[in-house]
Design a protein around this ligand. Sequence first.
Ligand SMILES: Cc1cc2nc3c(=O)[nH]c(=O)nc-3n(C[C@H](O)[C@H](O)[C@H](O)COP(=O)(O)O)c2cc1C
Length: 219
Amino acid sequence: MEKFDKDKCNQLFDEIVRSRHSIRAFKDEKPPKEWIEDIIEAGMLAPYAAAAVGDTIEFRRFFVFERDTISIKTLSSQMKNKAADGVQHFESLIDEKPFMKSKLQPFLNRLEMVVEKGVPGVDTAPYFIIVAELSGIPPAEHESLAHVLENMWLKATALDLGFQLISLTSQMAEEDELMKLLGLPIKKFALNGCAIGYPAITPSATPRPDSLKATRWME
Ligand SMILES: Cc1cc2nc3c(=O)[nH]c(=O)nc-3n(C[C@H](O)[C@H](O)[C@H](O)COP(=O)(O)O)c2cc1C
């Protein structure tokens, strides 16, 4: 970092963090593959739970799906089936425990929308990327995935690309068919995923609490 202008770096960092948003509508045009490779490299540089996964260096994998390919269509239908299973599960849970309805209904509504219209991002973005992280002892793979996805998100923002987290992906890790498609052993990896493309709509910033008010300096 010595050779860089530190003030400029600091300013750019703040600018990128502030302009990161969830983008949920993408243009048809595909960003260059090299940019996708750069975003993946940023993800690879994210921290990993070294003590938990041991001395293997095969702890992280990336799978890039492109719009209109057989693989993304297969994935999309597997995810729709998963959402349909979820709908059934939550409907019977609500039948059994009606007092939980108000808590479960919003998630149930989202799952029903996926069953009806497909998974947002997966069906609409030019690229969908699954990240797989090796499970360790103690389990820390989901935390590692969050770091990977955040690095990728910030890099996508720096490239002026839109990025959407698709957290339904994490529930696909125990699906035989998907793990077979990825060529990964079942129950050994956690998954998460994101959609990337040029933003069609850039929303304004979502509200955040005042960080100073949310912070207490302990005596
Ligand atoms: C753990 C986690 C899971 C999320 N899953 C999704 C998702 O599946 N689909 C989606 O569109 N956004 C998802 N988001 C994005 C949040 O909805 C978003 O970050 C929040 O609304 C704030 O908006 P911003 O990202 O534009 O600041 C997720 C965020 C987190 C931290």
